[in-house]
Design a protein around this ligand. Structure first.
Ligand SMILES: CC(C)(COP(=O)(O)OP(=O)(O)OC[C@H]1O[C@@H](n2cnc3c(N)ncnc32)[C@H](O)[C@@H]1OP(=O)(O)O)[C@@H](O)C(=O)NCCC(=O)NCCS
Length: 179
């Protein structure tokens, strides 16, 4: 399986809107996607700016998802990763995160970490993050409302540059609050 990456261009606005609107994204807030609204945001530079870079993910040359890195000018980038349902469970998400880590650590030589936050019940994303060298750093109770207003727990992960280089996992000191 050949996975490749292509910068999202403003000229892709209509295709990107159509891609997002064609799928349901139950782990993302905001309900159904409005394709014209998304296309407008692409055209306005929302997905590609000083602080945001978005790439299509292609499998065998077909666009099957995207990864959007954001807060690039904030010291610690975060990202959103979405794979079309027909391509999930084949290792594409894991391949994309490995690519993204290398891309961001090269693009931003001064950053020491990359963060990710996901809903507690997003078992696939949590598996991808664990497999990619991210360590759980936070558990936010009742922090992520879904479209019905139910409050899910949210989980914060991060990968350190030094762990990525050495292939190790620096554990969190969960017992530092002796009181
Ligand atoms: C989360 C997502 C990006 C994962 O990408 P993917 O290509 O499906 O993931 P992979 O095929 O690389 O699978 C990675 C792991 O997740 C597991 N997994 C995949 N889908 C799963 C599911 N529905 N339930 C449980 N585990 C699942 C795989 O078994 C694998 O674990 P393993 O390495 O221990 O075997 C993708 O499912 C997706 O786009 N989901 C909708 C959008 C979303 O929730 N994005 C995350 C935003 S924070």
């Amino acid at each position: 399986m050949e996975v490749t990456y292509q910068p999202l261009r403003r000229a892709d606005a209509a295709d990107f809107g159509a891609f997002l609107a064609a799928e349901s994204w139950p782990f993302h807030a905001g309900g159904p996607v409005n394709r014209e609204q998304v296309a407008g945001k692409v055209a306005d530079g929302y997905y590609d700016s000083a602080s945001v870079r978005t790439h299509w993910i292609l499998v065998g040359g077909r666009r099957c998802g995207f990864v959007k890195a954001f807060d690039l000018d904030d010291g610690t980038p975060l990202f959103d990763l979405r794979i079309a349902a027909a391509y999930r469970g084949r290792g594409v998400g894991t391949a994309a995160v490995a690519w993204l880590i290398r891309y961001l650590f090269k693009l931003l030589p001064d950053i020491g970490r990359i963060e990710a936050t996901t809903r507690a019940d997003n078992v696939a994303m949590r598996a991808v993050l664990r497999a990619s060298g991210f360590v759980k750093e936070a558990h936010y109770r009742q922090a992520w409302p879904d479209s019905q207003g139910f409050l899910h727990d949210a989980i914060g992960y991060a990968i350190l540059r030094r762990d990525w280089i050495s292939g190790s996992l620096t554990p969190v000191d969960w017992n530092d609050d002796a009181g």
